[in-house]
Design a binder for this molecule. Structure first.
Ligand code: FES
Length: 81
């Protein structure tokens, strides 16, 4: 397997990782939303439902998946997506 094939394989596997445990939203779903124009956490919540689960109620509205989604948005912004 070439390194390009291995990189693609790893990217596909990563896309199946669950980012939002509450709503079972995968990383690939978040990535597609960002690629299709989501620029804020509010956009991601509205489009994917990630970040709208009950885990944030005890943490002042900060859900477990919020830091991961923020990081993904920041990386996309730094790439100019
Ligand atoms: S893990 Fe995303 S809302 Fe709880």
């Amino acid at each position: 397997m070439s390194s390009e094939d291995e990189a693609l394989r790893q990217k596909i596997l990563d896309s199946y990782k669950v980012v939002c445990i509450c709503n079972k939203i995968k990383k690939g779903t978040i990535e597609r939303a960002i690629a299709n124009g989501a620029h804020t956490l509010a956009d991601l919540k509205r489009i994917t439902r990630a970040g709208t689960g009950p885990c944030g109620t005890e943490r002042g509205g900060i859900t477990r998946c919020t830091p991961v989604m923020k990081e993904m948005l920041e990386k996309a912004a730094s790439r100019g997506d």
